[in-house]
Write a protein that binds this ligand. Structure first.
Ligand code: PLP
Length: 232
C-alpha cells in the first residue's frame, strides 16, 4: 500500500476528537511529502537534528512534534519552530524550554510524559513528580495574578496534556491497564487551570496499539510504521 492510502485509511477510522501525529523518524523527506500531499500537517520526530533538517526542507504550514526524549542542551535547536513537545519529564527541562521559547518570543506547548509501563527503559514522571510540577507551575500562575510586578518564570510554556507509552508486549490486557492508568491520572488533574496549565490532550497509542488507546480515551495517536512502512 502507498503512504497516501495508508494515511487516508487510518484517518478515516479515527474519531473526530483524535488527532493524528504522522511519525516520520528515519524516513526521507520524499516520504513525508507524500503524506503532506495527502493532507497530513502534523509530523512527529524523535531526534531534534533530524526534525530540524526536515523542518528546513518541508512546507512551513506543518506542525512539528518532538516525540522522543529531549536533552536539555538541545532544546535551543527546535525552540524557533516546534509546535508540541511530548516527552517533558523534568522541571529542569521545562525551565529550559521556557527559557528558549522566551528568546523567540513564543509559547511552546508541552505534554508531561508519565511513566506507565512496567519496563525500566521508558522515560517519564511518576504521579508524585507530576504533582510537584503542577504545583510549581500553578504557584507561578497564582503569584503572577496577585502581583503585577511579579516576573513569571513559566510564561513561555503551556502544559496542555499528558503523554504515555505502554509496555512493549503482546499482552493486550497489560497495555489496556496502562492506558487506563494514564486516563485516570489525566482525569484526576484535568480540572487544574492556570494561564499555563490546562490538560486537554492525552497522547497515547502507536501503530500496534492505537485502537486500544482510543478506546481508553486517547485524543492524540502517534503512528509511524502503519503509515510509512517499517523502519530498518
Ligand atoms: C517511533 C515512535 C512512535 C511510532 O511508532 P510506530 O510503532 O512506528 O507507530 C510513537 N511514539 C514514539 C514516542 C515513538 O518513538
Amino acid at each position: 500500500m502507498s503512504i497516501q492510502k495508508n494515511l487516508l485509511s487510518i484517518k478515516a477510522a479515527l474519531p473526530a476528537n483524535v488527532s493524528l501525529v504522522a511519525v516520520s523518524k528515519t524516513k526521507p523527506v520524499a516520504d513525508l511529502l507524500q503524506a503532506y500531499d495527502a493532507g497530513q500537517r502534523i509530523f512527529g520526530e524523535n531526534k531534534i537534528q533530524e526534525m530540524t533538517d526536515k523542518w528546513q526542507q518541508m512546507p512551513k504550514d506543518i506542525e512539528w512534534h518532538m516525540i522522543g526524549h529531549v536533552q536539555t542542551n538541545k532544546v535551543k535547536f527546535m525552540a524557533e519552530y516546534v509546535s508540541l513537545i511530548h516527552g517533558v519529564d523534568s522541571l529542569k527541562l521545562l525551565e529550559e524550554i521556557n527559557k528558549q521559547a522566551q528568546k523567540h518570543n513564543r509559547i511552546i506547548d508541552c505534554l508531561l510524559q508519565v511513566y506507565i509501563a512496567e519496563e525500566e527503559s521508558k522515560f517519564g514522571l511518576n504521579e508524585e513528580e507530576l504533582i510537584e510540577i503542577f504545583h510549581y507551575v500553578q504557584s507561578q500562575g497564582e503569584a503572577e495574578q496577585s502581583n503585577a510586578n511579579y516576573k513569571n518564570e513559566m510564561k513561555n510554556i503551556k502544559i496542555v496534556g499528558l503523554m504515555g507509552m505502554a509496555t512493549f508486549t503482546e499482552n493486550q490486557n497489560q497495555i489496556k491497564k496502562e492506558f487506563q492508568n494514564l486516563k485516570t491520572i489525566f482525569d484526576t488533574f484535568k480540572q487544574l487551570e492556570t494561564f499555563n496549565l490546562k490538560l486537554e490532550t492525552i497522547s497515547m497509542g502507536m501503530s500496534g496499539d492505537y485502537q486500544l488507546a482510543i478506546d481508553c480515551g486517547s485524543t492524540m495517536v502517534r503512528i509511524g510504521s502503519s503509515i510509512f512502512g517499517g523502519r530498518s
